[in-house]
Design a binder for this molecule. Structure first.
Ligand SMILES: Cc1ncc(COP(=O)(O)O)c(C=O)c1O
Length: 343
């Protein structure tokens, strides 16, 4: 436990005492949001600000807190997934207790301008939490340089195994445990630790030196993949392509005339693990709420495909994937045409 905590603190650029192990980012997000709600109830600073494209572990928790009296402002995004800055600034006030904004979106990879968000929020006297699940290992994160108050992380989004996560808690930040019990985690999270999961998490963090060169390589590979797909398959748009910054490894696209779920199953049969939206909503036939919030139509959202690469993905694999995608899309579009003729 001690060694893993040190490795993770080194990776994230913070002190070991600022990290609390949890059972995953859902728990981390719940802990912070519910702690801040309890602490701010009946005070003059009791409002929350978040974005409309957060993970359900943030959105549904805030919705639950609303039923208990919380005031929450949900900030919209534009078609490229960029935060509506003027809406955010209007919502920010001396009543704001906490701003909770993710760093990287889990469906589109679009990055929010976290530095700017932190600065504006602190100027208004509000605390800032960021769901950094998708950013860890995919963009450099040095917490001590960021002046964040809270952050959430998940092990399995970082080359580790499922069932572990982290809360980053700046030393001076107010806190209240969600899970009370024994004195584990300096009495901040009761319950016997998931030692195996934490051990694996620490091992993944040792790969620090590997991250930066891989990110540059992946960005080149992603750009290559997108331009090849755009030039070889008609009717494709890359979601968030015009955003200022995106994760190097994530590509979300709309392929018109193709049902995303059918495409996903066809690609799955060829051993490609892609998704139509968030991985945690796979199997849900409803179109992605994130894409709908960005202004895509239901039809566009139902024709969407998310492809993410890993540190080991090679150019050869990407080229094989593109060839498979071209073949699959043309087959499915052909079937649609046949269906139209006979239907
Ligand atoms: C952005 C984001 N936040 C939170 C979570 C939830 O993490 P966990 O599955 O560890 O609870 C996920 C992914 O599953 C995610 O992508």
């Amino acid at each position: 436990l001690r060694e893993s905590r040190q490795k993770l603190a080194d990776f994230l650029g913070c002190s070991v005492t600022e990290l609390v192990f949890t059972g995953g980012a859902t728990e981390s997000n719940n802990t912070i949001l519910r702690a801040l709600f309890q602490g701010s109830k009946n005070t003059a600073r009791n409002e929350f600000i978040t974005s409309k494209v957060e993970h359900p572990s943030v959105l549904k928790t805030l919705q639950d807190l609303e039923t208990q009296g919380a005031v929450v402002h949900y900030i919209s995004v534009d078609r490229d997934g960029e935060l509506n800055w003027s809406e955010f600034m209007e919502a920010l006030s001396p009543r704001t207790c906490l701003v909770s904004m993710m760093f990287a979106n889990n469906e589109t990879g679009v990055l929010f301008p976290l530095k700017k968000i932190i600065k504006a929020s602190h100027e208004a006297g509000a605390l800032v939490h960021s769901d950094m699940v998708q950013a860890m290992g995919k963009v450099p994160v040095i917490l001590q340089d960021m002046d964040l108050d809270y952050a959430s992380f998940s092990a399995h989004k970082f080359y580790s195994i499922k069932g572990s996560g982290l809360i980053y808690l700046k030393r001076s930040s107010p806190f209240r445990s969600l899970i009370t019990g024994g004195n584990q985690e300096r009495s901040r999270r009761g319950g016997t630790e998931n030692t195996l999961g934490i051990l694996a998490y620490g091992v993944a963090a040792e790969e620090k030196n590997r991250v930066q060169p891989e990110l540059e390589r992946l960005e080149t590979l992603r750009d290559l993949m997108e331009s090849e797909i755009l030039s070889k398959i008609s009717g494709v748009t890359i979601t968030g392509a015009n955003s200022k910054r995106r994760l190097a490894n994530t590509s979300s696209m709309v392929i018109s005339g193709v049902d995303g779920e059918t495409l996903l199953m066809s690609l799955d049969l060829k051993n490609y693990a892609v998704s139509t939206g968030a991985a945690c909503s796979s199997g849900n036939p409803e179109p992605s709420p994130v894409l709908l919030t960005m202004g895509l139509s239901r039809l566009e959202a139902q024709s969407s495909l998310r492809v993410s690469m890993g540190w080991d993905t090679t150019e050869v694999e990407i080229n094989q994937f593109i060839a498979t995608l071209i073949e699959t899309v043309s087959r499915l579009r052909g079937l649609n045409q046949e269906g139209l003729k006979h239907g």
